[in-house]
Design a protein around this ligand. Structure first.
Ligand code: SF4
Length: 289
């Protein structure tokens, strides 16, 4: 039996959806529920504070199935929806992010938001943790010492920085380069998910534990996370391209960790070789690097 919602419930629903849009979440899915007499019970959103784990996978919001077809008129689409040019789409995502104050890092000394850099149609994406001092200063991810090492790793793969896309889980520098908090990752990562859905990479390399755990929504040691492929679908963000639904994701060490423990570089190279094989890349001769 079709159910209609009262103006108050529709208003509450619209406000809630605007709230999620403000967080950068636009894609919703319906959950089957048994119809109940009390219509207020049909507005049964999962509250952010009820999410179990660090879970961008759960960033998509469950909306109960309601037979009232007009109910979803209030759902606005992501600004980049239907924009096929990835340069324009990324610009729209950046504009939607604005001078973001969605989490506490906006007020903890950041100089600027570090959005991401590189080829908007890259087959390979690197995703790190958060900007450091140099990145905060220059507005570009991975430009300090760790960034130089990442650039060398990319060159060793036979690519340049301009051919790949580089971003972080969160876009503002945490004070004293502390590890980002789970809620900061959850608040910021929907924008990264939309970047990924726009770029449609074949392969993503997660750099370090924070990136790996946030993207995969699993908690495990780096040694267990490395050395295998994961099927990665950006949570809450659908690509405009129906042929692209997922990327292959591998985990390796963060370059900052490799600077502290250079003995692990060989292990990281193994991870990159896995990615090269997937992308059909051959390492350049030493004289070409
Ligand atoms: S870290 Fe992300 S969510 Fe937090 S203020 Fe910066 S851009 Fe916004």
């Amino acid at each position: 039996m079709p159910q209609s919602l009262s103006p108050d419930v529709r208003r509450a629903l619209a406000e809630r959806i605007r709230y999620y849009n403000e967080l950068g979440i636009y894609d919703f899915y319906r959950r089957d529920v048994t119809p109940v007499a009390d219509e207020t019970a049909t507005v049964n959103f999962i509250q952010p504070e009820q999410r179990e784990e660090m879970s961008p996978r759960k960033a998509a919001v469950a909306v109960p199935a309601a037979p009232d077809e007009n109910m979803f008129e209030v759902i606005s689409s992501r600004p980049e929806t239907g924009v096929s040019d990835p340069i324009k789409a990324l610009k729209l995502i950046r504009e939607d992010l604005g001078d973001c104050t969605r989490c506490r890092l906006a007020k903890q000394g950041r100089k600027q938001i570090v959005f991401g850099v590189g080829n908007p149609e890259a087959e390979l994406m690197f995703i790190g943790e958060a900007p450091g001092a140099d990145e905060d200063q220059q507005g570009e991810p991975f430009v300090g010492r760790a960034g130089q090492l990442l650039t060398n790793m990319i060159k060793a793969m036979g690519l340049s920085r301009e051919q790949v896309y580089i971003a972080n889980i969160i876009k503002c520098r945490p004070p004293n380069n502390r590890t980002p908090e789970r809620d900061e990752c959850e608040t910021c990562s929907p924008f990264l998910m939309r970047q990924i859905a726009t770029i449609k990479p074949k392969v993503i390399v997660a750099l370090g534990a924070v990136a790996a755990k946030t993207l995969l929504a699993i908690s495990d040691s780096m040694s267990n996370l490395r050395g295998r492929w994961y099927d990665f679908r950006p949570a809450g963000a659908r690509s405009n391209d129906p042929n692209w639904t997922s990327a292959k994701l591998a985990v390796t060490y963060h370059p900052a960790f490799l600077l502290r423990d250079p003995r692990q570089k060989g292990e990281a190279w193994k991870d990159l070789q896995m990615a090269m094989k997937e992308l059909g890349l051959k390492a350049p001769k030493k004289s070409d690097v």
